[in-house]
Every structure is written in C-alpha cells, then in structure tokens.
Design a protein around this ligand. Structure first.
Ligand code: ADP
Ligand code: MG
Length: 380
C-alpha cells in the first residue's frame, strides 16, 4: 500500500499546482493562509492562480520537462483540473509525492470508463449507449427513445461537445458526424429533471474523509448558474447521495477533493451524472458557508492533515459571474453588503467564461434566490 507511505506535509513546505485557473487560485489562497509556499504551472503568464502564489512555471500542461522541473521544486504536487495526462503524472511521481494518484483521473477522464465505474459500484447512471458511427447512432436513438443527448467522450465541460436531439426527424447530421469524427461518443437519454444536486467529498492519504452538505444546482445553457445549500431534497435521496459519495471516494482511493454531480428525475429517481476529481464550481459556497472550504479540505487532504467533520454554518447561495455579468456586478457591489464578491482576475473577459462568483449567506434562501432572479445582471 504505497499510500500509507505518504508523509504529512507541514506549513513551510512547497505545494506545486498543475493548472492556474480559479480552482488553483482558491487552492492557493488556502495554502498561503496556512503558511505553505505555492508554485503554479500554467501556460498563461500571470494566470489567476499565479497572481496569489509564490512563483509560476509558464509551460503547457503536457510539457513533461517542465512538469519534472515543478516536481523537483515542490514537496507535494496536485492538479486543479481533470485533463492532466496520467502518464505525465506517472513520470513526475519519481521526483515528488503525488498523493492524489491517477486512478480518479483515469476513471473520470473518459465518459465511458466513468459510467462503467459508477455502474460497477451498483449506482444508477442515465440510460446510455456508446456509438461510433451514424448507423449505431440510429440504433441508439431507437433503443433509448428521444429526446437524447450526444456527448463527446473526452474533454467536455460546461456543455461543450454536446448536441441535444429533441426530434430525431429534425437533426443536423453534419453536427453529429462532426462529433463522431472526434472518436466514439456517448448517447444519453435526456432525463426529465426535477433537480440537479452535487456533493463534495475530500479525503487524506489515511482514508479520513470530510463530506460536505449536498448542494442544489441550477444550470443555464448547460453552465452552472446558481448553487444553494442545503439542498431541498428528500431524506431518502440525501442518504443515498451520501452513500454514493462515501463509496466512490473509497473506490477511487480519493486524496484531496472531488465532486459528484447527480440528476434527480421528476419520478424521484437519483442518477449519478459525472465525477470531477477536483474542487467544483458548485462547492465555492463552502468558502463562506462551512467550517472549512472545499479548497481547505483539498490542501488538508493532499498534505495528509486530519480531516474535520464538516458543518454548514449558515445556508448559502452562490451565483456565477460570467463575462457578460462581471462589469455590471462590480458596479452594483457597492450597494450589496451581503455579497461575498470573488473576481478571479482573468485578463480576457469573454461571454460565458467564468470570471468570478458571488456568495450570499442567508436564513431565507427563497428570498435570496428571488433577489438574484429579479436582478437584471443575470438577464443576459
Ligand atoms: P459537462 O461536462 O459539460 O458538465 P454534463 O454531462 O454534466 O456535462 O452536462 C451539462 C448539463 O447538461 C447538466 O448539468 C444537465 O443540466 C444537462 N444534461 C446533461 N446530460 C443530461 C441528461 N442525460 N438528461 C438531462 N439533462 C442533462
Ligand atoms: Mg457536469
């Protein structure tokens, strides 16, 4: 059991983070607060995470020489996104500890292995088939019944690489062919959603876990818009979801933070949608709402510190600031003492790009949600 050999990494040591986006930035804030040194590897000079870290190696994520350089300079290495090359991680393991390992990465990098893994553990996934050509596409649609969603196997995020097929008689085959040209795809039955929820779970190398309260999520155009906690779901669903979190964390030999996304159907069925082997956008509200955040828990996990029991200190709502929202939100900030405002410091403001978020702690979540709904910032 290699994992038992992972030693505790104490403040003063250096943490290397592959990836310098907002997740790396929020990890770094927590690490710096505790007295760690942080070095970021990211191709974008002065990326979000580098702005709050000790140093940055400017390099592509696939640059093995520079990954080795990072590994040599740090006491422990972690990553903030799932598209890290597993073989590169194996290479840098020779030079430093990578307590997260590669199991969670490998399983979740690919929608097929991810669904197989969830199925193998006895948890429900939405009905799906893997297809490689138009012939299999037609067979798949027949088997599942429209509406269906076609998804790429790798690299999708925020709904990218997905096509919704509502009416099989009225589809653009060129779009479907285009996705299929990139390799096998997954065809999923589109579920009538009652709710989407997620659960964040963190662990250290000794197998101690911190499980965060379930979060309820609203997406717009397949991009997370609003998260609230606690989730308004039945006790039975909640128990099941915590059971899934516990089991999958164990089976993935989780170290650090991961998040599991769920669908709850209008028939009250619970499906596991996908697993992110890293902190997650929906978990940002844990920064203000819980005794420790998903990022604190990640740092504690990879440094093998004791994992606390998580408490929700106050109900919370988190709303994303995309490129089209940021400037308007900044202008309004002065009128909102209740806003915990986060700007990731990205230089290029683009439509639908995640630029920041706002968390609001509230004893009346319905009222808070209504206030967000009524605010014209999020009309676009
Ligand atoms: P991504 O990797 O882009 O997050 P997801 O598979 O999580 O991809 O899909 C993004 C969103 O699209 C989901 O959060 C959900 O709102 C919607 N969606 C995806 N698959 C389904 C499905 N099978 N049934 C209903 N809604 C879905
Ligand atoms: Mg998703």
């Amino acid at each position: 059991m290699g994992k038992i050999l992972n030693k505790t990494i104490l403040p003063g040591s250096t943490i290397g983070i592959i990836g310098g986006g907002q997740l790396g930035q929020m990890m770094s804030f927590c690490a710096k607060e505790m007295g760690y040194r942080v070095i970021i590897l990211d191709p974008q000079p002065n990326c979000s995470a580098a702005q709050v870290s000790d140093d940055q190696i400017v390099a592509e994520y696939s640059d093995v020489d520079q990954l080795v350089e990072l590994a040599k300079r740090c006491d422990v290495l972690t990553y903030e996104f799932e598209n890290v090359d597993a073989s590169a991680i194996n290479e840098v393991k020779k030079y430093t500890q990578v307590p997260q390992g590669i199991k969670a990465l490998k399983v979740t990098q690919n929608r097929i292995s991810e669904k197989d893994f969830i199925d193998a553990n006895g948890f429900a996934t939405v009905p799906h088939v893997v297809i490689e050509n138009i012939f299999e596409y037609h067979r798949g649609v027949e088997k599942l019944g429209a509406p269906v969603i076609l998804k790429t196997i790798r690299g999708g995020y925020d709904g990218k690489g997905q096509i919704l097929i509502t009416d099989p008689e009225d589809v653009c085959f060129a779009d479907i062919e285009h996705l299929l040209m990139q390799g096998p795809c997954m065809l999923e039955k589109k579920i009538d959603l009652e709710k989407e929820v997620s659960v964040v779970v963190s662990a250290n190398s000794n197998g101690e876990k911190s499980i965060f309260p379930i979060i309820e999520n609203v997406h717009r155009h397949n991009i997370l818009h609003l998260s609230t906690c606690p989730a308004q779901i039945s006790k039975k669903s909640a128990q099941h979801i915590y059971q899934v979190a516990e089991t999958l964390a164990e089976k993935l030999e989780l170290v650090g933070t991961m998040c599991i996304e769920f669908f709850i159907s209008t028939k009250d069925e619970v499906f596991v949608n996908e697993i992110a082997p890293r902190p997650h956008n929906s978990g940002h509200l844990t920064i203000e709402a819980c005794n420790i955040s998903q990022f604190d828990a990640h740092i504690r996990g990879v440094c093998n510190l004791a994992m606390p029991k998580i408490e929700l200190l106050k109900p919370a709502a988190m709303v994303n600031l995309l490129g089209q929202h940021l400037e308007a939100a900044k202008k309004e900030l002065v009128q909102h003492p209740e806003w915990h405002f986060h700007d990731y410091g990205k230089d290029a403001i683009k439509e639908n790009r995640k630029m920041g978020h706002i968390t609001i702690l509230s004893d009346d979540l319905e009222k808070t949600k209504q206030a967000i709904e009524n605010n014209s910032i999020w009309d676009v």
